[in-house]
Every structure is written in structure tokens, then in C-alpha cells.
Ligand binder design. Structure first.
Ligand code: G3H
Ligand code: ZN
Length: 282
């Protein structure tokens, strides 16, 4: 069934485990996330990024409708989240399109402007029943950006700033920069566990880990034990998808029916989703 992100995050935080959010690009991604969640017997979040909406011609409706239908048909609770939203128009489209939550991303702006823009987004969101996540610090690696300096302490989230940011904006969850970075294809990130503990102690809302594709299982477990709740995974699904397609097509030059290679791609993503959920949701 379709549930709200707020209830999944609140329940995970109360139970002391995490909840994973997986990025949807195609219908097969959504189907794989639902199938993987059912296989693991664990709830999950389907998230659609502003970049994915741009890929679909800037139209949120069709991809949102597909993800909603997949979530409704699933036997485990699934929610719909709009990810890395920079556009105020897209934020305003969220509730109509069936999203219970949005990550409003003004993290590229200087601190004071990020705070101001986020506070406005949260005010609008709360007036319209939308749970709002925002980011403070720079996780990096998005939009094909240079492989991050995510391991440089300078770009990490400062706990004292986080306290003020959360209080002044009223955000429901905070994405923090603690050593992960987006778009990693190897699971080699090491997290700053002392900083996670400091942020957890300082900030009253659930913390969000972005770029979790590059974070090893044990690092994810430790991060959740220290207080991270929402665990965002995107690239790992795409790595599984593309490897399966490449593997299938390399030895079969005559194939033309996309179902022949999308079936193994979807199955590969399903396995990846179930694997993350066994780590995050347990
Ligand atoms: O918001 C989405 C996530 O942070 C995904 O990052 O593609 O590196 O797993 P990833
Ligand atoms: Zn992210």
C-alpha cells in the first residue's frame, strides 16, 4: 500500500533502524523497488529526483502516476518522495501528484540563503501537508560534478549551524554531509561517525544519508546505530541495471525485444534493493 514518508521515517526512528529510499528513473526501477521490498519484507521509499523529472521531459505526472500505482499494488508499505528539488514550481506540484514528502535542496547556496529558501519551502510544504527534508553542507558528486572533496572536513555539516538551521527552518529531516558522496560506483566511502553522533545529539529531527550507494554495509549499520534514519540509494540500482543489460546484449547481438534485457535488469535491481533493505530495515 501507499503510505506517507513521514510515517515510515518516524516508525524507523522509533524502532532504531533505518528506512531506505531508492531513486526511480524508469518503470522497471519502481517495479524492482517494490519487488525488492516485498522480498525483504521491509517498507521503502520510492523517490523521484528533479533530474529524473527533467529526463521525462519535465513532466512529473506520468512517472509519478506509475510509481504511485506500483506502490499501491505492493504488499509492503511504500511511500513516494520528490528528491533534490531546487525548483519552487516542482515543489508546488508535489502534493497534487501524490507525493507526501519533498527534499528541498538549496544546499548549493550560502548558509544564510539556504536557510531562507528552505524556511520558505517548509512553510509552504507544511501548509499543504508535505513533509520536508533539506540539506545542510555539501554531499557533492551530483550532476556529474567533480569527484568530491566529500572527505575534506570543510564541506561537512557543522553541528552548531545544523541546530540553528533546523530550528529556524522547521524541516522534518536533515540531510547531512558526513563523508558520503553521490554517484559512487564502488562501496568505499568511510563516514565520520563522531560527527554523526554530534549531529544526532544536536539536532532533534531524523538525519538523512545521501550517496549511500558508495557506503559499505557495515558503515551503513554503524551510521544507523549512531542516528541516521533515511538512507538514500540511487546509483547502485543503475549499476545493477546497466551491468545486466550489458551482460545480456554483449553475447546476443540479434536481440531486439527490450523485455529480453530489461527483465534481467529489473531482477538485478530487485536483488540490490533487497540487499540494502536487509541492512537498513533490520
Ligand atoms: O538522493 C539520492 C541519493 O543521495 C542517491 O545517491 O546515487 O550515490 O546512491 P547515490
Ligand atoms: Zn542525494
Amino acid at each position: 500500500p501507499l503510505v506517507s514518508t513521514g510515517e515510515l521515517v518516524t516508525a524507523a526512528a522509533a524502532a532504531g533502524h533505518g528506512v531506505a529510499a531508492f531513486n526511480v528513473i524508469t518503470l522497471e526501477h519502481a517495479e524492482a523497488i517494490a519487488a525488492g521490498a516485498e522480498r525483504a519484507g521491509v517498507p521503502a521509499i520510492l523517490q523521484i529526483s528533479e533530474n529524473a523529472v527533467a529526463f521525462h521531459g519535465g513532466r512529473l505526472g506520468p512517472v509519478a502516476a506509475a510509481a504511485t500505482a506500483v506502490a499501491r499494488a505492493a504488499s509492503v508499505p511504500l511511500s513516494l518522495h520528490l528528491d533534490h528539488v531546487e525548483s519552487a514550481d516542482l515543489l508546488r506540484a508535489a502534493p497534487v501528484a501524490g507525493f507526501s514528502s519533498v527534499m528541498f535542496d538549496a544546499s548549493k547556496l550560502p548558509y544564510a540563503e539556504n536557510l531562507k529558501a528552505t524556511a520558505e519551502a517548509v512553510r509552504w510544504g507544511h501548509d499543504h501537508g508535505v513533509w520536508v527534508e533539506a540539506e545542510l553542507g555539501a554531499v557533492g558528486g551530483k550532476d556529474g560534478g567533480a569527484p568530491p572533496d566529500a572527505h575534506a572536513p570543510g564541506v561537512r555539516t557543522d553541528p552548531a549551524e545544523a541546530v540553528v538551521f533546523v530550528a529556524e527552518t522547521g524541516v522534518d529531516a536533515l540531510a547531512v554531509a558526513i563523508g558520503s558522496s553521490h554517484a559512487m560506483t564502488a562501496r568505499t566511502a568511510t563516514l565520520d561517525h563522531a560527527l554523526i553522533a554530534d549531529l544526532r545529539a544536536a539536532v532533534p529531527v531524523p538525519l538523512v544519508l545521501h550517496g549511500s550507494s558508495g557506503v559499505p554495509d557495515d558503515e551503513i549499520r554503524r551510521a544507523i546505530a549512531a542516528g541516521m534514519v533515511k538512507i538514500n540509494v540511487g546509483t547502485a540500482l543503475n549499476s545493477a541495471y546497466t551491468a545486466a543489460v550489458r551482460d545480456h546484449l554483449t553475447s546476443r547481438p540479434a536481440v531486439v525485444d527490450p523485455r529480453k534485457y530489461l527483465a534481467p535488469a529489473r531482477e538485478a535491481m530487485t536483488g540490490t534493493v533487497a540487499g540494502f533493505l536487509r541492512v537498513v530495515g533490520a
